[in-house]
Design a protein around this ligand. Structure first.
Ligand code: ADP
Ligand code: MG
Length: 621
């Protein structure tokens, strides 16, 4: 073997002048010479290669490929060069016919091997799919096919019988059928007239409830579930779903939707897309200038901080104030936006506050969730306004848009006033706060005719040395069936807070209740529990939402005040009876003696009369 590092033997270089080089004839001569040299080289190299058969069978193609692989690697390189390169292509055109044929045959045999192998692979792959399909479907009523994934390789190599051709045709038809199935099914259903049935060609009756048709339609409908709900691609599935299965899937997909909505709702500033739109509108209408961020995210609401728009004039281009409840000059600089959560998980616990509130009674039934949430916001607005009208410290309402309530921000410079539970109060302030709350509760009940129903140190803010009451969506009137129960709970919360803070000389919860309502707390409790204890009603019976369904004897008392009235009447009668008993014994005896005397006198008079009558009778005889 010669070393690559050895000195290269220098061949004599032919010299030519520029005119020669430029000459076309000279160029042709050189080209021909080069081709001849190449041809000779080819002939020498091709001699040991066996001549391939014109139409190779699978076995001898394999042999050919084996022998070819063992032949000189240089020859293969040349083939590829000849077949693939443009340069080679030009040269190929100039090759003698027999060499060209030889090359083409070789290339063909190579392609044949590749196609056969591919075909073999496809066949085995399809067999495997069929096997999986059979295994998965087994006895199941809902079957799936994997036709969509079948490979349509070169069947000619493996299936050359008539049966195989049929198989191919079937396969194609089957696939086409799958694609068209939904459409055909839909047409058939549409073709059923209003009477609900139709006769087919064989005279069989097809109704619109036909399980076959409905099954396919249900399968089709599953495809239009939300994209996040994975249903697979049913276009090639021979899927039929019974109504029962479909309805369950639908219910399941909806359940998912609620979760998804909740996720979306908490994604951006804790509000969903619909709410964001409302907020943008408030900005667009020049009520708000910007929304700065979240103050609080509670179970039921998200509170945002916003700046009002200084350019707000009270009217917009349409000439009205966009629902703003105050003149432009009173619009607070800083606003709190209460966005009621539109998911109902929390709402369910609160519905007892609204469904029994007669103000919302007619509107409560048969409403969808969003409308009910809007009613909550409306209820908060009404309650705030009512409380403000009697002079209680509550945030002024700016505007209400569906479930978004804009009100005055209690605090300064983006700093919300602390809740009572977090406020640092000295003894005097604590006492002041107590007095203020007790007075406010009394006023709320007696003048505004409201019970807060969620009053505690969490829903009272401490600002500028005063208590401010918030979160009044659940407040109810005392007539509400549970109104007094809620009031008692409020009393308990307040008393407990001040007790824990060590404020002396405060009411007990019963005393506070009595101070507010002038009702004896025990009497009231009797009223609340009467149905359960005295009349033997179960709690579920006594609190049945539709009281009309309640048996008469268990119906709630119309109004607890009536009970108090009844009770006081009874008390008065009892007192009168007692007074009677307390009369002095002497008086009683005297009376008794007089009575007895009277009886004696009476008896005497009777006796005299009788004697007189007897004497007269004797005289007559
Ligand atoms: P939730 O129903 O979530 O309890 P609230 O109305 O009680 O809703 O508000 C939650 C919190 O948001 C309050 O505790 C308070 O800190 C703050 N907040 C609510 N309204 C205002 C307001 N007008 N100004 C300042 N802060 C407020
Ligand atoms: Mg609250």
């Amino acid at each position: 073997m010669s070393s690559p590092w050895s000195k290269v033997s220098a061949e004599p270089v032919q010299t030519a002048n520029l005119a020669d080089i430029m000459s076309e004839q000279y160029a042709h001569r050189l080209h021909d010479k080069e081709l001849k040299e190449q041809q000779l080289r080819q002939e020498k190299q091709m001699q040991p290669v066996a001549t391939p058969t014109a139409t190779p069978s699978y076995s001898n193609v394999a042999e050919t490929s084996a022998s070819a692989s063992s032949s000189d690697a240089g020859a293969w390189e040349d083939y590829s060069m000849l077949l693939n390169l443009e340069e080679g292509q030009q040269q190929k055109e100039q090759l003698p016919g027999d060499i060209l044929k030889l090359l083409q045959d070789e290339a063909e045999s190579d392609a044949v091997i590749a196609r056969m192998l591919q075909s073999q692979f496809d066949h085995e792959y399809n067999e495997e799919l069929r096997r999986i399909e059979r295994q998965q479907n087994k006895q199941s009523k809902v079957t799936v096919t994997l036709n969509k994934y079948l490979r349509s390789g070169d069947a000619e190599f493996l299936h050359d019988t008539e049966a195989d051709e049929d198989y191919e045709e079937d396969e194609l038809a089957h696939r086409k059928h799958d694609w068209d199935r939904f459409e055909t099914n839909e047409k058939m259903l549409d073709a059923i007239p209003k009477c609900g049935f139709k006769l087919d060609k064989e005279g069989e009756m097809i109704t619109k409830h036909d399980p076959q048709l409905c099954g396919v339609r249900n399968a089709q409908r599953v495809m239009s579930f939300p994209p996040e709900f994975p249903t697979g691609d049913g276009a090639c599935f021979d899927m039929k779903l019974s109504n029962k299965v479909f309805n369950q899937l639908k219910a399941y997909s909806r359940r998912g939707r609620a979760d998804r909505k909740e996720k979306v709702a908490t994604a951006e500033m804790g509000v969903d897309a619909a709410t964001r739109l409302l907020l943008y509108k408030l900005i667009n209408n020049q009520i708000l200038e910007q929304i700065n961020g979240i103050i609080s995210t509670g179970k039921e609401a998200v509170i945002l901080h916003a700046n009002s728009d200084a350019s707000y004039t009270g009217t917009n281009e349409h000439g009205h104030g966009n629902g703003v409840l105050m003149p432009a000059e009173l619009l607070p600089k800083e606003c709190a936006i209460k966005v009621f959560k539109t998911t109902l998980n929390e709402f369910k616990q609160r519905d007892r506050y609204i469904k029994d509130d007669y103000r919302f009674k007619d509107r409560f039934s048969k409403q969808n969730h969003r409308v009910i949430i809007n009613m909550w916001a409306e209820k908060e607005m009404h309650n705030l306004m009512r409380m403000q009208s009697i002079g209680l410290n509550v945030p002024d309402v700016v505007v209400l848009k569906k479930h978004v309530l804009v009100m005055r921000f209690i605090g300064d410079n983006h700093n919300a006033a602390p809740k009572l539970k977090d406020a640092r109060l000295n003894a005097a302030e604590l006492s002041c706060a107590y007095e203020e709350i007790v007075a406010a509760m009394h006023k709320l009940y007696n003048e505004a005719k409201l019970v807060h129903a969620d009053l505690s140190e969490y829903n009272i803010l401490w600002y500028e040395g005063k208590c401010w009451f918030i979160d009044v969506a659940q407040s109810v009137e005392p007539e509400h069936p549970s109104g007094l129960e809620f009031l008692m709970r409020d009393c308990a919360n307040i008393v407990q807070f001040f007790e824990r803070r060590g404020l002396p000389n405060i009411y007990t919860k019963e005393q506070l209740f009595e101070f507010i309502t002038a009702l004896n707390a025990e009497t009231h409790n009797a009223a609340m529990l009467e149905r359960i204890h005295t009349r033997g009603a179960s709690i579920s019976q006594a609190t049945v939402p539709n009281q009309l369904e309640c048996p008469d004897e268990l119906k709630p008392l119309e109004y607890p005040f009536e009970l108090a009235w009844e009770k006081s009447q009874q008390d008065r009668e009892a007192a009168a009876a007692l007074r009677q008993l307390e009369l002095s014994e002497d008086e009683a005896e005297q009376e008794q003696a007089d009575e007895q005397l009277e009886h004696v006198e009476e008896a005497k008079r009777k006796l005299n009369n009788d004697n007189k009558n007897k004497n007269t009778a004797k005289c007559v005889q």
